[in-house]
Design a protein around this ligand. Structure first.
Ligand SMILES: C[S@@+](CC[C@H](N)C(=O)[O-])C[C@H]1O[C@@H](n2cnc3c(N)ncnc32)[C@H](O)[C@@H]1O
Length: 256
């Protein structure tokens, strides 16, 4: 199978290998998954999940979990089960280490955007900074898989770069001027129209959006990893958010 048909594993591998050669070992993983303080980024991801779901006993799928920026914040929480997926073993190993053999946490190498769990297993599926690296066909596969694995009434949250949001569009044109200087992982921009179509086609009853520049309220709940009293009461996620809710009953046609 060519690289283009296999989740761009080759492109991500090239990026990881390049960083391994050019950075001290302790900086490779955190640079690979993006900019920003890993604890603060992960805390925003946790706060977002809290905005849409209780945490008590829930099953969470984290597609493209990276080095475990979110995982580290879920460890002290009363979640029931967690499945973290990624395509680069060295990166996944860091997330595994974060979970410190907690039996609630499981990690798998992801293949062709599949979620290796049964239908209706999950209460929440998240993909943070994931679909920004995928072809449209793969984004649709991820959304279909999220729909399959979610229980009725549950939500999937995918962050994305919105071509129609001025600040993201400006990023696109900056990126366009030097995209050939990258090391293999694509940076994909999309629109709310495209994601709405993918979501309804996959069977989600409700597809809604939050702009990456919107001010979101923090819960104020304590964290073991940072002092929440030192954080502003609101935060901006940066990437925009697509929130897909599976209908309580399956009357919605997948082919509408
Ligand atoms: C920008 S990083 C974000 C990681 C994590 N979600 C976070 O917020 O810290 C994107 C991650 O998605 C992974 N990835 C890319 N394509 C994937 C795919 N098809 N399936 C699973 N993971 C993928 C990459 O290896 C990378 O670790």
């Amino acid at each position: 199978m060519s690289a283009a048909l296999s989740d761009n594993v080759a492109g991500h591998r090239a990026k990881y290998d390049h960083l391994s050669k050019s950075l001290p070992p302790e900086e490779v993983g955190r640079t690979y998954v993006g900019s920003g303080d890993p604890v603060e980024v992960g805390h925003k991801e946790l706060e977002l999940i809290r905005a849409f779901s209780v945490l008590q006993d829930v099953a969470i799928v984290d597609v493209g979990c990276g080095i475990g920026r979110l995982t580290q914040h879920l460890m002290p929480e009363p979640i029931g089960r967690y499945l973290g997926l990624d395509i680069i073993p060295e990166i996944l190993d860091q997330a595994v280490a974060t979970a410190a053999n907690d039996p609630r946490f499981r990690f798998e190498i992801s293949v062709e955007c599949r979620i290796p769990e049964s239908d209706g297993w999950a209460d929440v599926v998240v993909g943070f900074s994931l679909i920004t690296h995928l072809m449209d066909e793969e984004v649709f596969e991820c959304i279909q898989e999220a729909h399959r694995v979610l229980r009725p009434g549950a939500v999937a949250i995918f962050s994305f770069m919105d071509f129609n949001l001025p600040v993201h569009q400006a990023s696109f044109f900056t990126h366009a001027s030097h995209h050939r200087q990258g090391h293999g992982d694509i940076l994909k921009f999309t629109t709310q129209d495209v994601l709405t179509r993918f979501g309804t086609k996959a069977g989600f009853g409700d597809v809604s959006f939050i702009d990456g520049s919107a001010d979101l309220q923090r819960s104020g709940l304590p964290s073991q990893l940072l002092d929440v009293n030192e954080l502003p009461s609101t935060y901006q996620f940066g990437q925009s958010l697509c929130v897909l809710r599976k209908p309580e009953s399956e009357k919605v046609s997948h082919n509408e």
